[in-house]
Design a protein around this ligand. Structure first.
Ligand SMILES: [Cu+2]
Length: 263
């Protein structure tokens, strides 16, 4: 079980990917700006209440403020928002969502969401995913990996468990088997809907060794709340050892049919 709660304090969760600081910068700028606007408007409002309060001998009078003066706060807020979109939001969005890193050199993972599990597939030592076929899908083969394809022989499948080597770019191919789910690792500040019929790229570079939690962020049915996976970021050697152990366990399972039959 994940010690993910340790990653949360009074403010934002710990930053565990290269995107985190950038996302947090936006959140912090927007919150401080909103707090400032809230306080300034509050002061102005109280000033008006006092300045124009009811007093004997004073009558309501219309006065005319020039349009330029009355529009100044609105124009200032609008200008700030345009600046935020142009200077911060668009470049960050482009970096995080539009510019897909090349698959070569990245840790590739296929991640399939379904009610209510996350199945991950790693390509194994050859770096190639084996062919899949829908008629091969069963409980022990969630991706339907075709046994005859040599590229698939070393593929590693993990259910509700993902690991990533630290400081390496991870490229996830995200799919869904049934309804819309959403891939969300708060500490990475990465979120992406998993849409049936689409294979969507998600990428990030975990930069903090630790344990995290992948949660489904899209209400997807009665088991939504338990749709989660353990995520561990570790050094390269531990990651490779984990892949090898998963593969060994798979072979052991296949060698003892009883392990399968008990399901
Ligand atoms: Cu879900």
């Amino acid at each position: 079980m994940v010690k993910a709660l340790e990653n949360y304090g009074w403010f934002l969760p710990v930053q565990a990917s290269d995107f985190a600081a950038d996302i947090d910068r936006g959140l912090i700028i927007i919150h401080w700006a909103m707090a400032l606007i809230f306080v300034l408007w509050g002061i102005f409002f109280v000033y008006l209440l006092v300045r124009y309060r009811h007093r004997d001998g004073h009558k309501v009078e219309r006065s005319h403020m020039s349009l330029a003066v009355s529009m100044t706060p609105d124009v200032a807020v609008l200008g700030f928002e345009i600046l935020l979109i142009a200077v911060y939001a668009v470049p960050s969005w482009s970096r995080m969502k539009i510019t897909v890193p090349p698959a070569e050199g990245a840790v590739q993972v296929e991640l399939m969401a379904e009610q209510f599990n996350w199945s991950a597939r790693y390509p194994g030592k050859d770096g190639k995913f084996g062919r899949t076929a829908p008629d091969q899908v069963d409980f022990t083969n969630p991706f339907g990996i075709v046994a005859e394809d040599p590229a698939g022989a070393d593929d590693v499948v993990a259910v509700n468990e993902m690991r990533f080597p630290v400081d390496e770019t991870v490229l996830v191919k995200l799919t869904s088997k049934d309804v819309i789910h959403s891939f969300f690792i708060p500490e990475f500040r990465v979120k992406q809907d998993a849409v049936p019929g689409m294979a969507l790229p998600v990428w990030f570079k975990p930069n903090r060794v630790g344990e995290y939690e992948l949660t489904c962020a899209q209400l997807c049915g009665v088991g939504h709340a338990i749709m989660r996976a353990d995520v561990k970021v570790e050094d390269r050697a531990s990651f490779d050892a984990w892949l090898a152990s998963k593969k060994a366990a798979e072979h052991a399972d296949a060698a003892t049919p009883a392990a399968v039959e008990q399901w």
